[in-house]
Design a protein around this ligand. Structure first.
Ligand code: UD1
Ligand code: CA
Length: 451
């Protein structure tokens, strides 16, 4: 019955009035990625050959984001929101001639598990139309699935349901899978003579039955169908995502000392036997190799930490920070767009930006790479086994050679050759007895004023 090819149709036209936001609802982030991207990710397990996003409110922004996450994504605009069937129908011209199944999913219901989509695809071998349902603890205003044994005969929307039908707890998640041509064909027959005056996608089930076609429903866990309509829902979705992601890390052998205080991004990768101390935040794009330690109150994004490295406490790794094996980055250190080579140490109060730090080099407390002149960014290059004295200002572009040293407090404005010592600070002068005489005078002055 199926050819194997799949097209995803993601409904994302909703304004999300209850979000009370200028941002289209589907662009609100969970774990650092928009809801839309989560829906795209969920659908990715079916290896879709086509992806159509039906946008409406904020369509331009939605399109840009869809393409950012998948350059092959196509966007169509639903100018008027006339219902879910009307929304899906907008994808028809783009999928003209497409031979295969179409899966409809909602961008604001992004947590369907891959296994569930697999089960839907599986069920397609037995029925023309497959709907994803769930047993609702509180069925509220969901559409109800009317079953006759294995067969799904009808879906009735809450508004149109009788009291008897409203007692049904098997509800419609909104996900539908069918042959694409058949889906659009069935949608052509959908009218809007109902309580909402909308074109209901759910009506295709009854239309299919009337044509002697088969429909069925499979059920997933209610947690997967969690929808986002408000900021409170968004916070719940975030919490659910975090709980799932933390549990996965613990399963693969990562130590989270206080899991509930560690915040992960949608793409955080952490290797086995790494230890993550309490209150660590991961932004997008972080890879931590096995056996690394991330100490408390560190913030990481867009960076890579190699085996055996130690970060924090109170460290900030920004995009492009690349830490080799056994590197130490300590408290109140910020690293951005910099490669720190094996065994190098930046332990205290430093800013290392647009820089290369060689193997085994020690960067003293309070060192700063002065990388920005107000217009351009410049690079600092430090060789192997160098020693950068405390409070060194490295005015980029500048190079410090292998095994070179900089004296404490030096402002480095010229390259330092390998093996050399750079001293760039004013000479010290000691005035004998001056401090005592000076203080005596000040105290005498104060006494006079008081009299
Ligand atoms: C829909 C289902 C209902 C199901 C529920 C699950 C229909 C008729 N009803 O109801 O059976 O239990 O979802 O959440 O399908 N959308 C568009 N364009 C439109 C209308 C909707 O893009 O013209 C999008 C919305 O942005 C949303 C999704 O489709 O992402 C569902 O629309 P919504 O209005 O929330 O449908 P419900 O009434 O909740
Ligand atoms: Ca809804």
């Amino acid at each position: 019955m199926t050819t194997g090819a799949t097209a995803l149709i993601i409904l994302a036209a909703g304004q999300g009035t209850r979000m009370n936001s200028d941002l289209p609802k589907v662009l609100h982030p969970v774990a650092g990625a928009p809801l839309l991207a989560h829906a795209m990710n969920a659908g990715a397990m079916l290896e879709p050959s086509r992806l159509v996003v039906v946008a409406g409110h904020g369509a331009e922004a939605v399109q840009a984001e869809a393409e950012e996450w998948n350059p092959a994504a196509q966007t169509v605009v639903q100018a008027e929101r006339l219902g879910t069937a009307h929304a899906v129908a907008q994808a028809k011209p783009l999928l003209d001639g497409f031979d295969g199944d179409a899966l409809v999913l909602y961008a604001d219901t992004p947590f369907i598990r891959p296994e569930t989509l697999e089960a839907m695809a599986e069920a397609r071998s037995k029925a023309d139309v497959v709907v994803l349902g769930f047993e609702a603890a509180d069925p509220a205003r969901y559409g109800r699935l009317i079953m006759d044994g294995e067969a799904l005969t009808r879906i009735v929307e809450y508004k149109d349901a009788t009291d008897e039908e409203r007692k049904i707890t098997l509800c419609n998640s909104g996900l539908v899978m069918a042959d694409a041509k058949l889906l659009f064909d069935l949608i052509d027959a959908v009218g809007n003579d109902n309580a909402a005056g909308e074109y209901y996608l759910t009506d295709i089930v009854e239309i299919a039955s009337a044509r002697g076609l088969t429909a069925t429903a499979i059920a997933c866990d209610e947690s997967e169908t969690m929808g986002v309509n408000s900021r409170a829902d968004l916070a719940r979705a975030e919490a659910a995502f975090q709980a799932r992601a933390r549990a996965e890390l613990l399963d693969i052998g990562v130590t989270l000392v206080a899991p509930e205080t560690v915040f992960l991004a949608h793409d955080t990768y952490i290797g086995r036997d790494s230890v993550i101390e309490p209150n660590v935040v991961f932004g997008p794009g972080v890879t931590i190799e096995s056996g690394a330690t991330i100490r408390s109150f560190s913030h990481l994004e867009g960076c890579h930490v190699s085996q055996g490295a130690t970060v924090g406490p109170f460290a900030r790794l920004r995009p492009g920070a690349e830490l080799a094996e056994k590197v130490h980055v300590g408290n109140f250190v910020e690293v951005k767009n910099a490669i720190i080579d094996e065994g190098a140490k930046v332990n205290h109060l430093s800013y290392i930006g647009d820089a290369d730090v060689g193997e085994g080099t020690n960067v003293g407390a309070g060192t700063i790479t002065c990388n920005y002149d107000g217009v351009f960014k410049h690079r600092t290059t430090i060789g192997k086994r160098a020693f950068i004295g405390s409070n060194t200002m490295l005015v980029a572009p500048v190079t410090v050679g292998d095994a070179a040293m900089t004296a404490t407090g030096t402002v480095v404005t010229r390259d330092v050759p390998a093996g050399a010592m750079a001293v760039g600070r004013s000479k010290q002068d000691n005035k004998d007895g001056f401090a005592v005489r000076f203080m005596d005078r000040l105290r005498a002055l104060k006494k006079q004023e008081a009299e």
